[in-house]
Design a protein around this ligand. Structure first.
Ligand SMILES: [Zn+2]
Length: 269
């Protein structure tokens, strides 16, 4: 599932093709999933941004196109058999592909996110100065849910999904089932730093492409951060922490497959 690094990589690659361009046509056959898109036709793209896992195109006349890539959404420069939306620009047509069709588009008045539940109530961006250890501590203190579930909820920090939650918890040596409010100040600080480090490195690496190869950069190139994974998708393999003799195990937390090292991420409740 595309998380912050994959969405940010997509945004950076697409931006030069979008900026200043007028959308000639936005074609699809699913108005329930790709909503109000007729409003984008004829509009000029003034900017691109990202909030959590949402890609945002700022359009003229005070509109925004909001795109959530769902489980398998992505963009291509070439036609593709799973194309769901075709974005026709004067110099380059972009093909939005989504084999499993969990992704969604909305074209709305800028800032009107009433139809897009999560977008209006997400925590801070992990790579922005708004994400502070103090604010993070306050957010975690308010909930008795497991830390992994809190990370996935997007409410304490935006953009962290299953891969980067497992990687950040491994890096900070925190068991994924620890109730969030029990994390010590030192643990919160470690987790805060780990999230920033993992996200920053994953963006630099162009995101993670897993064995299903569902995520590709728009030019068809994979991401490369999967080679740096320490926990995610490494079930049964030796822990990569220096001196640790553990092996990565998988269990289900909050309905999601969760990978961690039972030796260096002990549940010390
Ligand atoms: Zn370990």
């Amino acid at each position: 599932m595309p998380e912050l690094p994959e969405v940010e990589t997509t945004r950076r690659i697409l931006e030069p093709y979008l900026l200043g361009q007028r959308i000639q046509k936005l074609l699809h056959q699913d108005p329930a999933r790709y909503r109000h898109t007729e409003r984008a036709e004829g509009r000029k793209v003034l900017g691109t941004s990202r909030r959590g896992k949402y890609l945002i195109l700022q359009l003229d006349q005070g509109l925004e196109a909001i795109i959530h890539l769902g489980m398998t959404g992505g963009f291509r420069f070439e036609p593709h058999r799973h194309t769901r939306v075709t974005l026709v620009l004067p110099q380059q047509t972009l093909y939005y592909t989504d084999p499993r069709r969990f992704g969604k588009w909305w074209v709305v008045e800028a800032g009107d996110y009433r139809e897009i539940g999560l977008l209006g109530r997400m925590g801070p961006e992990p790579l922005s100065p708004d994400f502070t250890p103090v604010g993070f501590k306050q957010a975690l203190a308010q909930t008795r849910r497991k830390i992994k579930e809190v990370l996935l909820s997007q409410e304490a920090v935006a953009g962290v999904g299953n891969i980067y939650a497992d990687e950040s918890l491994w890096l900070s040596k925190i068991h994924p089932e620890r109730p969030a409010h029990t994390l010590s100040p030192a643990e919160v600080k470690r987790l805060h730093r780990a999230i920033r480090e993992v996200m920053g490195q994953a963006v630099e690496a162009g995101g993670s492409t897993l064995s299903d190869e569902s995520y590709q950069q728009p030019n068809g190139e994979p991401g490369y951060f999967q080679f740096a994974h320490k926990a995610y998708d490494r079930t049964g393999q030796p822990c990569r922490r220096r001196g640790c003799k553990g092996r990565i195990v998988k269990m289900v937390v909050g309905g999601r497959g969760t990978h961690f090292c039972p030796v260096c991420q002990q549940n010390s409740r």
